[in-house]
Ligand binder design. Structure first.
Ligand SMILES: Cc1cc2nc3c(=O)[nH]c(=O)nc-3n(C[C@H](O)[C@H](O)[C@H](O)COP(=O)(O)O)c2cc1C
Length: 402
């Protein structure tokens, strides 16, 4: 995968801030992604978390003392670790380390190591709001940005010190997400991609609707993978429980009509359109203004057809690559290939639903890509993020050739 931190050498710098406990979770998540992580703690960080925790989780010695002798050999640890690193993240980054590094001070293991690093470095500042907004810290952050270092802006909210405002360390999941983005191959840079995801809801009355079990996982995986790889991504999403992907413009919609409006307004300048959304084919012809009461034994619901957004996009298609998804319960190949031709698509991703493997709500899927030239490619069951990356690879191959 082109956004994989497996076996990447990542150094986690931990400073003496109240959020140092969150660094333990950052380390755990990085290890879950099979990264090789080494931890450097400042001496003051040890007031907040014990090095033993990092040592046990990273399965590596923790580096704190610049002058401590490393295990029996004559290596110079701050230089060796800097040379090996594929990426460095300092979280939490105190006002102190930011000030020291912006001014070239190297008086402990972490600050000395940082000066020797040539790989990307991301700082995650975390401190009291007044400290963060102080002229000094802001000036130092500006210097670091100008020098090409990445600053992950802190979140705003209530801080441990009782103040409210910017200064909160972002969630560990989000920090790891940005490390993945940092190390991803940027082969989609300059491409504008529109992705749709999730179900739509078609109201029957103010408290009831028709929908389907789509959770949006496939579309969100595509949007995230494309963003990691440098694309400018817009995601139009029906109701889901998924958090908005970082650095992706998300438009939330509810009904098929809203989905259509959002797609046609935003699709004009797209290089690639990937429609994973499970849009309702029909909507109730009339919507009751008030809740339908349980009075009659039978009631009839009349449905009318929603606009086929994908077909309409196919009609308007110019040079963009248009990809659809087809979830079928039977005869996948025939239905998918028919849709591909009828809707003027470049690729259709087909999968059988109602099967034990894949489909709605799961983290994995077993899909077949059907191409415009009549060929197809069946993939084994794999995670939806892996499917997303292979799909983006195939799209890129088609853009490169045409
Ligand atoms: C209880 C407590 C909490 C602190 N939290 C922070 C913090 O969140 N961010 C920060 O920049 N400094 C914080 N400090 C101040 C730093 O610990 C102090 O500036 C120290 O010199 C930082 O050293 P280091 O950057 O080498 O780890 C805190 C200090 C104390 C006593």
């Amino acid at each position: 995968m082109k956004s994989d931190i497996r076996n990447k050498n990542i150094v986690l710098g931990v400073c003496g801030g109240i959020a140092a406990y969150k660094s333990v979770e950052i380390l755990r998540l990085l290890k879950k992604h099979d990264a090789r992580v080494k931890v450097i703690m400042t001496a003051n960080a040890r007031w907040f978390v014990g090095p033993l925790t990092f040592e046990a989780l990273s399965e590596q010695p923790v580096y704190t003392d610049l002058f401590e002798k490393s295990s029996g050999d004559a290596s110079i640890r701050h230089i060796d670790w800097a040379r090996e690193a594929d990426a460095v993240v300092v979280a939490p980054a105190t006002a102190n380390i930011i000030g020291k590094f912006a001014n070239g001070i190297a008086d402990d293991a972490l600050s000395t190591f940082l000066l020797a690093v040539t790989s990307p470095v991301m700082f995650c500042p975390s401190m009291n709001t007044n400290m963060y907004l102080s002229k000094s810290v802001q000036k130092n952050l500006k210097t670091l940005k100008a020098d090409g270092f990445i600053i992950m802006e802190p979140g705003a909210g209530e801080l441990a010190c009782g103040t409210s405002g910017p200064g909160r360390l972002p969630e560990p999941e989000d920090i790891v997400d940005r490390i993945i983005a940092l190390l991803s191959v940027k082969d989609l840079k300059g491409k504008r991609i529109l992705v749709t995801a999730g179900p739509t809801r078609e109201p029957i009355d103010p408290v009831r609707f028709i929908s389907n079990p789509s959770t949006g996982k496939m579309g969100y995986a595509v949007a995230k993978a494309a963003e990691y790889r440098g694309a400018e991504v817009m995601l139009i999403a029906g109701p889901t429980h998924l958090p908005d992907p970082i650095n992706v413009k998300v438009v939330h919609v509810v009904t098929a009509v809203e989905m259509a409006q959002a797609v046609f307004t935003n699709s004009k300048h797209s290089d690639i359109i990937i429609k994973t959304a499970a849009v309702s084919d029909y909507r109730p012809k009339e919507q009751a203004k008030t809740k339908i009461k349980k009075e009659k034994d039978e009631i009839a619901l009349f449905l009318e057809k929603n606009l086929d957004i994908l077909k309409e996009l196919g009609k308007r298609k110019k040079n963009e690559i248009l990809v659809g998804f087809a979830a079928e319960t039977q005869d996948l190949k025939n239905y998918a290939q028919k849709k591909l031709t009828e809707k003027n698509l470049d690729i259709i991703v087909g999968n059988l639903v109602g099967q034990p493997i894949g489909g709605f709500g799961t983290d994995t899927n077993e899909v077949t890509f059907f191409y415009k030239d009549g060929t197809f490619e069946s993939l084994a069951e794999m995670r939806k993020d892996a499917v997303a990356h292979i799909l983006l690879d195939r799209i890129l191959e088609r853009i490169t050739v045409s």
